[in-house]
Design a protein. Structure first.
Length: 168
């Protein structure tokens, strides 16, 4: 891909993730509590569950695109988009709520948007950087580890603030 094509590709990915993540917030409820849907989309209002709004739409977009886009730093860029996008959710949420003393829906929405856009922006730069075969191989392992963690901690959440539903 040319630099312009990759910029468009990652921009479209961000838009896809924003739309599917927004609608995906309601999938579990709409499914009547389907446990399979709960593996991929939030089952409650915990911060951990909201990280799925970035993670799985991003994984779907980049996973589907991997059938066509290959080489370069694609695996690294995919890992960066997944990790950075999901990791920014708790970082930004807990930062602003520590200052404000509580959460606000407009700020929560902004956290989601910033996390998605930043994740894809960092992925674009990772993709465009000098090819790094060793990092790409390691990135594949990182993507698998992220998936295992999300499935495991959805099914067996640890007792810590990240996993607590504030509405429970």
């Amino acid at each position: 891909m040319t630099k312009k094509q990759s910029l468009i590709f990652f921009s479209v990915g961000a838009l896809f993730t924003l739309v599917l993540g927004t609608v995906g917030h309601f999938f579990y409820e709409w499914s009547g509590g389907n446990p399979v849907i709960g593996l991929f989309f939030p089952v409650n209002e915990s911060v951990w569950e909201h990280m799925k709004l970035v993670l799985f739409p991003t994984a779907l977009y980049l996973g589907a695109a991997s059938l066509k886009v290959r080489g370069g730093n694609y695996a690294l860029a995919s890992f960066v988009a997944l990790f950075a996008g999901a990791a920014l959710i708790p970082l930004l949420f807990y930062s602003y709520t520590a200052v404000a003393g509580r959460s606000f829906l407009p700020a929560d929405i902004a956290v989601f948007i910033i996390s998605v856009v930043a994740g894809y922006a960092l992925a674009f730069f990772a993709y465009e950087s000098k090819p790094r075969p060793a990092l790409n191989r390691l990135a594949v392992l990182g993507i698998i580890a992220i998936g295992v963690c999300f499935f495991t901690f959805t099914l067996c959440p640890p007792d810590c603030i990240l996993f607590r539903d504030p509405q429970a």
